[in-house]
Design a protein around this ligand. Structure first.
Ligand SMILES: *Cc1c(COP(=O)(O)O)cnc(C)c1O
Length: 404
């Protein structure tokens, strides 16, 4: 007997759940793209995109996904043959680096593996060795959605500054923006890469780059840039047509207007961060309890080093794959695959999964996923420790307790 009737829940780290209000805002006739409402709301959207990254500097919008925004960042920062220092902490760090290599950028890779954060000391050492200052930028993923490692961006900025190196700090925040605390200007970030379908709670289709005045200066001589990806008209232009390099993404803009209002003006960014923190702590508490039986473990052992929007875990002996399948076919919940931990052809591939708690999620959704996982473990005979749901509930209760 399957229990899939009812609303399904895609609990993978993007696309995240789009609020009904966002979808409703998009469900309308096409607007005039030359004047009127869409032109007027775009100015407010750009101002609010600055607010969501906590910057007063520049933002460019692309009709693209996160991969497109990676390419846009590379194209604006680098000239052919320039060097990039990449600190990879999972599959997404390597993905960005592969794009850079294929574009003709000379990538120097520091691979921190699949379950560690970047060590700022090693970044400082690599920069100190670059006495000619040929490294144009340091590329780092804030939360690597595969390993769910969360890097300490202020510490990486401090490492760059400690050796007096002029490299830009470029951050892939696709998985963390509007979920995890992220402060572009205060933390000295030069470039942030984002996309619409994660913390911003929209369907896939928009990529974003936030960039500093310094990054803008560097881009003036970068020769990899091509007309569509050039951030200068998009980020510093004044005419509506310059912002999109062609027809505006009309319906995504209406959706974005709604999601930014929900995040910034209704819930408030600090509360958004706190909600994700609490939901993450419930997921972690459940896994710790399940893990008492052996065979189940979180990928990142240090809670400080874990992203707040997605959790990667291992359930041995193919348990993760079996559980994912059971949840989808029996209970209407889809969990994320274990990305980059093993190749799909390897048996270990079925030992990894990810639970997303990203974007438009609340306590009952996350507790529902955990309870459904518990049911699946029982149904499938996966050994697991007791008390996971009590522990998750306690984490939610702690998170909601009034501050003394
Ligand atoms: C999702 C994601 C991407 C890629 O985004 P797409 O929209 O799938 O191209 C890049 N980096 C991180 C950290 C992500 O989570």
């Amino acid at each position: 007997m399957a229990y899939v009737s009812g609303r399904t829940y895609l609990a993978i780290p993007g696309p995240s759940v789009a609020p009904d209000r966002v979808l409703s805002a998009m469900h309308r006739a096409a607007p005039n793209i030359y004047e009127g409402e869409i032109v007027e709301i775009t100015h407010g959207i750009i101002a609010d995109l600055r607010r969501v990254a906590l910057t007063t500097q520049h933002v460019a919008i692309y009709i693209a996904n996160g991969h497109g925004a990676w390419e846009a960042a590379n194209a604006n920062m680098f000239s052919r043959g320039d060097r990039a220092l990449v600190a990879a902490t999972g599959r997404f760090g390597h993905g960005w680096a592969e794009h850079a290599t294929r574009m003709g950028i000379d990538v120097q890779m520091i691979d921190f593996g699949k379950s560690s954060v970047a060590d700022p000391t090693r970044i400082a050492e690599a920069l100190a060795a670059d006495t000619d200052h040929t490294i144009r930028a340091v590329l780092v993923t804030h939360v690597d959605t595969a390993s769910t490692a969360r890097n300490d961006l202020p510490a990486i900025r401090a490492a760059i500054d400690s050796v007096g190196h002029p490299a830009l700090l470029a951050v892939d925040a696709v998985a963390s923006l509007a979920c995890d605390e992220l402060r572009m200007d205060e933390w000295g970030i030069d470039v942030i890469v984002g996309a619409s379908q994660k913390g911003l709670m929209l369907p896939p289709g928009l990529g974003f780059l936030w960039f500093s005045d310094r990054a803008l200066e560097v881009s003036r001589t970068a020769d990899l840039v091509s007309p569509y990806w050039d951030w200068k008209p998009r980020g510093t232009g004044t005419e509506f047509w310059q912002f999109f390099g062609g027809t505006a993404p009309t319906h995504h803009l209406y959706g974005l207007r709604e999601s930014l209002t929900m995040l910034l003006d209704e819930e408030g960014l600090p509360n958004v961060w706190r909600r994700h923190e609490t939901l993450a702590s419930a997921v972690w508490a459940a896994f710790v309890a399940w893990g008492a039986a052996g065979g189940i473990s979180l990928n990142m052992s240090d809670p400080n080093a874990r992203g707040r929007s997605v959790t990667a875990a291992r359930i041995a002996n193919g348990g993760a794959g079996a559980l994912r399948k059971w949840l989808e076919t029996e209970a209407g919940v889809t969990l994320g695959i274990g990305l980059g931990m093993a190749l799909p052809a390897e048996p270990a591939y079925a030992d990894f999964l990810r639970v997303a708690h990203m974007g438009h999620v609340n306590a009952h959704m996350t507790l529902g996923v955990l309870a459904t996982m518990e049911a699946g473990m029982q149904a499938l005979g996966i050994p697991h420790g007791p008390g996971a749901l009590e522990a998750a509930a306690a984490a939610i209760a702690r998170g909601s307790a009034p501050k003394p």
